[in-house]
Design a protein around this ligand. Sequence first.
Ligand code: TRP
Length: 439
Amino acid sequence: MSTSAPITRFLTGITTSGTPHLGNYVGSIRPAVRASLSASVESYYFLADYHALIKIDDPARIQRSTLEIAASWLAAGLNPDRVTFYRQSDIPEIPELTWFLTCVTGKGVLNRAHAYKASVDKNQAAGVDPDSDVSAGLFMYPVLMGADILLFNAHKVPVGRDQIQHIEMARDMAQSFNHRYGKHFVAPEAEIEASVATLPGLDGRKMSKSYDNTIPLFASREQLKKLIASIVTDSRAPGEAKDTEGSALFQIYQAFASAEETEQLRQAYAAGISWGDAKQQLLDRIDLEIAPMRARYQHLMEHPEEVEALLQAGARKARAVATPFLQQLRSAVGLRNLVDAKGPAKTKASKATTAASAGFKQYREKDGLFYFKLADAKGRVLLQSRGLSTPQSAGQSIARLQREGLAALDALQDQLAPVSDTAALAAALAELQSASEGL
Ligand code: TRP
């Protein structure tokens, strides 16, 4: 069994329905990029384009937003080698798992989902049919989100407060499924970064596309200057002491500045700094952080093929985990090969994860532990794992071996039985590696 410290898996999705703004940057992009640099976490970030279809029926806008969001995350420093960064619609296991979860979710639970209820309440207030203009997509949205999360058995899901209910629903789905079919899912938890959860917008309300009060993350310096000039302040004149409490300008500054810088601005407020000067300071402070990323953003926006290639690679990485896991779930619910598993007691799920001549197999033994092995075309075992506590760690190790080949052996040493024929193993891994690179 692996002796390494337990890894916390983070996963979050970004709906591809808009252009990232400073609120998104401070509230999700920046903390996620920082967290992804830690060695004890494993991060999954994805572009939630299936979710975008719920709100948007303009295909060009979905495509554009997908590019803008991907380019923003990459420009902000997300390293696709360290994280799994993918597009939801590249993972067909997600809609399939959505169906499995749909079948273990009470309809009444979905009736109580905030997003759906808000629409119903609005219709009722307007005196029209409660479900008027409500798509089944909006109604089913929490299940799709549950599938996003559970497919990768995420432990922590960084989200805004408005999403907490969805994470709770995902927990319930995990429990209902586990209760019926055995323990396959971990129960995810919402992770709220309290200090940065909301950034005020130009008008002082939460920065949000729906209030039309946002500052685009990659506005030019000139645009940024104009927008900052329009931040609502009170009418206090230069020389008059100003309140930091309730000052949107101050709060935005604080989200970018160090504690000392923030303290200095606090003192400047007390000393009567003019709003013009305070706005200039804010502009400079934001630009200091954002300007270096702008060039990379522009480059990526002009080279969508680079972003596309990164997303394709991310999808392969994600599916190296998702495909065998979904295979396990299909078997668990009874969607099985008629020949393979005779009788309900037999749950041993064993599937090759590649159609190449050599292939990995993942399976569970009577000891309850999860194993994998790599066999050549003749069935000779080239690599054998030890018992692992979760199917995910097996899936991840397979993914890594497929990606990195022999180079992954050292790091996975404590998960593996000693190798007898290294040359044959190297050949098989090289073959799989080129297959996984889509060559
Ligand atoms: N619904 C989320 C939002 O609107 C986006 C999202 C989709 C998501 N799937 C997810 C977030 C899974 C976290 C995990 O913000």
